[in-house]
Design a binder for this molecule. Structure first.
Ligand code: FES
Length: 103
């Protein structure tokens, strides 16, 4: 479990955190916050350095797009979905956790 403050997140500027040693990309879209694995499923690029548009994040290396809500790969060259992490919001505190029962 990792905590961060909502106020520290800027719209359209994803950040990289670690949850139990796994790099996680956290993105704020409006009043919502999403967290997915930070490592692109195509190769070894950090998605937190990519571009956000709508609910999508685009990998900076070869341009694959993923849905931040579901982790689903939307465009080639990525085909595998990203792991999605649970996000809890309590006032200004955001808690990111691995989903229970899944790896
Ligand atoms: S490493 Fe992300 S699209 Fe290739």
């Amino acid at each position: 479990m990792t905590e961060l403050s909502f106020a520290s997140l800027q719209e359209g500027k994803p950040v990289r955190i670690e949850v139990n040693g796994t790099p996680v990309c956290v993105a704020r879209i409006g009043a919502e916050v999403f967290a997915v694995a930070d490592t692109c499923t195509h190769s070894d690029a950090a998605l937190s350095e990519g571009e956000i548009s709508g609910f999508k994040i685009e990998c900076w290396l070869h341009g694959a797009e993923f849905d931040l809500r579901t982790g689903q790969a939307l465009t080639l060259p990525a085909v595998e979905a990203l792991e999605v992490f649970d996000v809890e919001m309590n006032e200004d505190v955001i808690t990111v956790n691995e989903k229970t029962g899944e790896k």
